[in-house]
Write a protein that binds this ligand. Structure first.
Ligand code: SAH
Ligand code: SF4
Length: 320
């Protein structure tokens, strides 16, 4: 009965559960909580994107982002407070790792953002992507459990949930073991192992060859297209030669490549590749039969775009 209130009716307190005896509701209210996070900050971008900062019980904060498109709203949620993987181009990586999120702290981002989505856009969330702060597969058990709660509890379709990983092989294998058709996205950013290592320290532990072997195994079991994220950084990883190398490395994998114009972060001199170079890169992939799309940056003005999520402490201080 309680779960049907929480999952079906999005209840946030026991007092709403009118088919339970009053004394039981009072006792539940005294002994348990249905919320572990309170919204501490909300920012709305000129493009409609809404970023939330959630304050957890111990004072930690994480971010989630609602991204409206023509006919659907996507929620980008966080799986950890901070991130330990230290990718050079990512503001969350700069922040360092603070702590793991519990299953409830992941799932509540969905429950609470969905209410905002209905109020702000008149529709419920259509897609969930684990692309906020943190590396989902570095918090494996709670993330796997959060997938179960979203899918079996909230009845959110598995095909509409994408887990994005920096390339942690055990996590890819664990997702492959799941019976549900969750989607996998892999952050690649370079098909050249040396350059990838410069950009992403994880390359040392899970080298490109092992990573792509795990993706191939995943695909053999799931028969499902895998997405690759590729941030286009001006003069760093955007040459035609690297596009051809990417084509060669993705041979035999049914792929979809998302080209993300690099979003500037504080303390780096890097910029996004010029449009013409992004388009050249895309057409080299396309002519080799690899579908690729350029992802329009969303929410840049409120630091909500890919890789920009980090705690704006001054900002949150202001609303406390
Ligand atoms: N840790 C996971 C998921 C969160 S990051 C992962 O790395 O996949 C979401 C996406 O944004 C990743 O593909 C990441 O590589 C990318 N990203 C990080 N910083 C970026 C930046 N400054 N510009 C563009 N994309 C960036
Ligand atoms: Fe962590 Fe992903 Fe950022 Fe890398 S890109 S530092 S894995 S959040």
């Amino acid at each position: 009965q309680i779960l049907s209130w929480v999952w079906g009716r999005r209840a946030v307190s026991f007092s709403e559960m009118t088919n339970l005896p009053v004394e039981l509701r009072d006792r539940l209210d005294m002994e348990f909580r249905l919320s572990s996070a309170t919204p501490s900050f909300e920012a709305r971008s000129s493009d409609g994107t809404i970023k939330h900062l959630w304050r957890l019980r111990d004072g930690e904060q994480v971010e989630s982002v609602l991204i409206p498109a023509d006919d659907r709203v996507t929620l980008c949620l966080s799986s950890q407070a901070g991130c330990a993987l230290g990718c050079r181009f990512c503001a969350t990586g700069d922040l360092g790792f603070t702590r793991q999120l519990r299953t409830a702290e992941i799932v509540e981002q969905y429950r609470d953002a969905d209410r905002v989505s209905v109020e702000a856009f008149g529709r419920t969330i259509a897609n969930v992507v684990y692309m906020g702060m943190g590396e989902p597969f570095a918090n494996l058990e709670p993330v796997l459990e959060s997938l179960t709660v979203l899918n079996a509890g909230f009845e959110f379709g598995a095909r509409r949930i994408t887990v994005s990983t920096v390339g942690l092989v055990p996590g890819i294998r664990a997702l492959a073991d799941r019976p549900e058709p969750f989607r996998l996205a892999v952050s690649l950013h370079s098909a050249d192992p040396d350059l990838r290592l410069e950009l992403m320290p994880v390359e040392r532990k899970y080298p490109l060859g092992d990573l792509l072997a795990a993706v191939r195994d995943y695909q053999a079991r799931k028969a499902r297209r895998v997405s690759f994220e590729y941030a286009m950084i001006d003069g760093v990883n955007d040459s035609a030669e690297l596009a051809r190398l990417l084509v060669a490395r993705l041979e035999g994998i049914a792929s979809y490549v998302n080209l993300i114009p690099y979003n500037p972060i504080p303390g780096r001199s890097w910029g996004p590749s010029p449009w013409a170079r992004i388009d050249d890169f895309r057409s080299i992939l396309a002519s080799a039969g690899i579908p690729a799309a350029v992802r329009t940056p969303r929410g840049r003005d409120i630091a909500a775009a890919c890789g920009q999520l980090r705690l704006e402490r001054e900002l949150t201080g202001a609303v406390r």
